[in-house]
Design a protein around this ligand. Structure first.
Ligand code: HEC
Length: 119
């Protein structure tokens, strides 16, 4: 019985590891600027097609870092993420993943597959 319990705990720990890098509570504070454009749990943002809530944290972080490094060009985004640290990016990504779903579901909204497709 004890062994089963330990195994269940172990598998929970492993499956929860996507959250381990970023701290969603810190991310909520750090996302204050992102929210105006990308939304939150209670707001769609000015660009509702790129609401980030519910998106995969690893993919969000990867794409955010491409804007940080200038690999992806988008003046609004390059300026918005320029000053972030690696930890800030992980925290913000964890926050958005934890929101679970966009505030305003709508046709044409970007999903994780768009992030994966981006070079
Ligand atoms: C002034 C508005 C604005 C702010 C502030 C902003 N963004 Fe963006 N962001 C955009 C726009 C517009 C796009 C779409 C850019 C494109 O496709 O060229 C985008 C795209 C993204 C994407 C890619 C989404 C996808 O599905 O392709 C990520 C990730 C992202 N932003 C993260 C952030 C984070 C993290 C912050 C806060 C630190 C932030 N953004 C702040 C406007 C903004």
């Amino acid at each position: 019985m004890k062994l089963v319990h330990a195994l269940v705990l172990a598998s929970l720990t492993v499956s929860g590891s996507a959250f381990a890098l970023g701290d969603p509570a810190a991310g909520e504070r750090k996302a204050a600027t992102c929210v105006s454009c990308h939304g939150s749990a209670s707001f769609s943002g000015m660009f509702p097609l790129v609401q980030l809530a519910g998106r995969d944290a690893d993919k969000l972080a990867t794409k955010t870092n491409k804007y940080r490094s200038g690999k992806l060009f988008s003046p609004l985004m390059n300026m918005s993420v320029m000053a972030l640290s690696d930890q800030d990016v992980e925290d913000i990504a964890a926050y958005y993943q934890k929101l679970g779903k966009p505030f305003l579901a709508m046709p044409g909204i970007r999903g994780d597959e768009d992030i994966t497709a981006a070079k």
